[in-house]
Design a binder for this molecule. Structure first.
Ligand code: ADP
Length: 357
């Protein structure tokens, strides 16, 4: 196990800067997730840590060792790829053993380690099969098994669940979390899926266009997003963004008036007439009846779509030019028709203000 430290890592491909200013330190044994939209630089960072890419500038440490010039196979990291990269002509046991054989580990030790790893991943009954005789989830476990067998100091996982169907993905995600809990190996995990990021990570690193946007515990990043990109990236359905104009201690949103909360007035120096984006999470809007103890305001909207999802109901509503999504938990009690004009309650404590884009 080891900590991993990146200092000002930058990677350019010809004229294109894939990532820059990448600085963070992952403490020994933690599970960090690099998350962001496609092309934001996640894989480039992971591959640089693995030694499959060379940073254009910056320093990379694994443990206390500067590894900038140390080749991939000497870095003591194990990488699991999206497509698992198993050897098709080898059995599961041979795939798991391969890295150890390359290091000339004693045959008896290899056999023991393969058995232990297979047991921890429930692969014992599959050891003699070839990869093509396995399901996607089983192949994924073999790829993990190969990494575990090597007893690497750091695990690097690049979208390891993206080839699995939804149910298997949920199950395997839970297994991965349990596995990390048991093994305690420093793990860096790349995904574009915010649910994976939120559920797996000790810390998430949110990237956009090659730069870090925010680093933190998933819940605190969700509660206090640093900017609009982070706010709209985390959350499903995503945060609603409404363009507004600051005027006389209020925000004008189309023809409606939303009071500017004190904390916002204190924190931001808003100029009269300044255009801003108001952010409201779908779960922070409610059908206007409850929660009178909070500082609330109302938005009048027209119902455009009602989507019952069992325990909850999603409503899309118009303002009229902009639209909002509302996530109502008490599904059964709501009877709404398309075209209804309703008042939505908004807890002002939960209102976010961002610079207009
Ligand atoms: P992500 O993993 O977040 O999808 P990548 O790290 O793969 O993003 O890519 C980041 C950026 O770097 C993208 O603009 C991509 O086109 C570019 N890039 C990645 N690898 C190469 C390469 N080998 N040559 C040129 N450009 C690359």
């Amino acid at each position: 196990m080891a900590k991993v430290r990146l200092e000002n890592i930058k990677r350019k491909f010809n004229n294109v800067t894939a990532v820059e200013d990448i600085t963070f330190e992952i403490p020994d044994g933690q599970f960090w997730v690099l998350v962001g939209p496609s092309g934001c630089g996640k894989s480039t960072i992971l591959r640089t840590i693995a030694g499959l890419e060379t940073a254009t500038s910056g320093n990379l440490y694994i443990g206390d060792l500067l590894v900038n010039n140390i080749p991939a196979r000497q870095r003591d990291v194990a990488m699991v790829f999206q497509n698992y990269a198993l050897y098709p002509h080898m059995t599961v046991a041979q795939n798991i053993a391969f890295g150890l054989q390359m290091r000339k580990v004693d045959a008896q030790v290899i056999q023991q380690r393969v058995e232990t790893v297979a047991r921890s991943l429930a692969l014992e009954h599959l050891l003699e099969r070839k990869p093509k005789q396995l399901s996607g989830g089983q192949q994924q476990r073999v790829a993990l098994g190969r990494a575990i067998a090597r007893e690497a100091q750091v695990f690097l996982l690049d979208e390891p669940l993206s080839n699995l169907d939804a149910q298997l993905r949920d199950d395997t995600r839970a297994e991965l979390k349990q596995l990390h809990h048991n093994l305690g190996i420093t793990t860096i995990y790349v995904t574009h899926d915010q649910v994976e990021a939120m559920t797996l990570a000790d810390r998430i690193v949110i990237l956009n266009r090659g730069r870090i946007q925010q680093i933190g515990e998933p819940q605190s990043v969700y509660a206090k997003p640093a900017n609009r990109m982070v706010a709209t990236f985390l959350g499903n359905p995503p945060m609603n963004i409404l363009p507004g104009k600051y005027k006389n201690g209020t925000f004008l949103v189309e023809s409606q008036v939303i009071p500017c909360p004190m904390r916002v007035r204190d924190a931001l120096r808003l100029a009269e007439g300044q255009v801003v984006d108001l952010g409201i999470r779908p779960e922070d809007l409610f059908i206007n009846e409850l929660q009178t103890n909070k500082e609330v305001t109302t938005l009048t909207v027209e119902v455009r779509l009602v989507e019952p999802l069992g325990r909850e109901t999603l409503i899309r509503a118009g303002l009229p030019s902009s639209s909002v999504q509302v996530n109502i938990q008490q599904a059964g009690a709501i009877r709404l028709c398309l075209g209804d004009r309703i008042s939505l309650g908004l807890d002002l404590e939960q209102l976010f203000i961002f610079d207009a884009t």
